[in-house]
Structure formats: structure tokens, C-alpha cells
Ligand binder design. Sequence first.
Ligand code: GRF
Length: 203
Amino acid sequence: MTDKRRLGVLISGRGSNLQAIIDAVAAGRLRATIAVVIANKAEAGGLECARRAGIETVVLEHTAYPSREAYDAALVAELRLRDVQLACLAGFMRLLSAAFVEAFPNRILNIHPSLLPAFPGLHGQDQAWRHGVKITGATVHIVTPELDAGPIVLQASVAVDDADTAETLAARILVEEHRIYPLAIGIMLDGGWRIEGRRFIRS
Ligand code: GRF
């Protein structure tokens, strides 16, 4: 029987969300296989998390490719080679081409540190803190070609305290990221959901 629960995790940095996924799999809270971790930077700290867990790693430096399309084609090839069903962006700091998104329709997830559609783009926690919102949070969404705009799978809210700095707020949001990302991955893999318009609906 082919394993229909194979993940590819794409990272650029420290990899704490990757670690949360690894931990959820190890603890039996998420039934999945992390088939490969791909980083666009050789110095991404998350590569060490993957190696420690015995997960195959691939470094694909985007600077080595002539165009976004060429780079994304290489990413797609690596994921397909390992029969990945769901690609999980975990702090992967690259815009994806339409070709990448079309290669994995409704099969790419991203975690974002705000309650989308508020504060898309870089530093969502900092944007929310500066704006002075009283509630922010984390969002797991399906990736579409438009940045941070795809159907929302799960969200968690975080209250902002007057005493918060951008850093203390980001730390509490991160706790929620680590909680909801493995949950959202499980929901996607389990199936029994559909998308109506922009709405992700579990049936
Ligand atoms: C997280 O805040 C995530 O929401 C954002 O990038 C950060 C990645 O952190 N997309 P880490 O590498 O998972 O620790």
C-alpha cells in the first residue's frame, strides 16, 4: 500500500515549527512520515533538527538558480522524487511561483504568525504589536499564488497585553503555532474536507 501521508517540510531558518511537527509525529499525535526537509539556505538551523531526527535533508540554494521558476521546478522535482503528498512551509522565506502551487494543488500549507488576513507578509507579530491590536494569533492556510491569502485551515488567537514587547508577543504566538501546525497537517491528511469559495470546510 502506498503511504499517503508523506510530508515534505520546507525551511529557511531555525526550524522550531519543523521541530513541533517532528515531535508530534514522534509522540503519535500526528500520523505522518516526514519524507524530506528542504532548506534554501545551508545554514538553516532547522537542518540540524531534521538530522537529529534521522530525516533526510536537502539543501537547494536558490542563489544557484537562474530564475524563481527554475528553482521551484527543482523543489517540485525533489518533493515528487520522494512521493510527498503535502508540502509544509515552515518559515520558508520564499515566494512560490504559480507553477509550484499548481504542481501541488491544495497540497501546500503555510504557517503565518498573525490572524490573516490581518498583517500578511514579513514580521506579522511585529506588525500587529505596532498596530496596537488587542488580539492577534497564528494561521495555518493553504498556499495559493497570492502571498498569505489562501483558504484558512486553522487559527489560534493570542491576547496582547499592555506589557508585551514585540518579542514577548511573538513568543506566545509561537507556542500557538507549534500547537496548531501539526493539528492542521493531520486535518489535511485525514481528508473529509472541501473548499467552497475561500472557505475550508470539514465535513
Ligand atoms: C514562524 O514565526 C512562522 O510563523 C513564520 O516564520 C517563522 C518560522 O519560525 N512563517 P521557525 O523557523 O519555524 O522557528
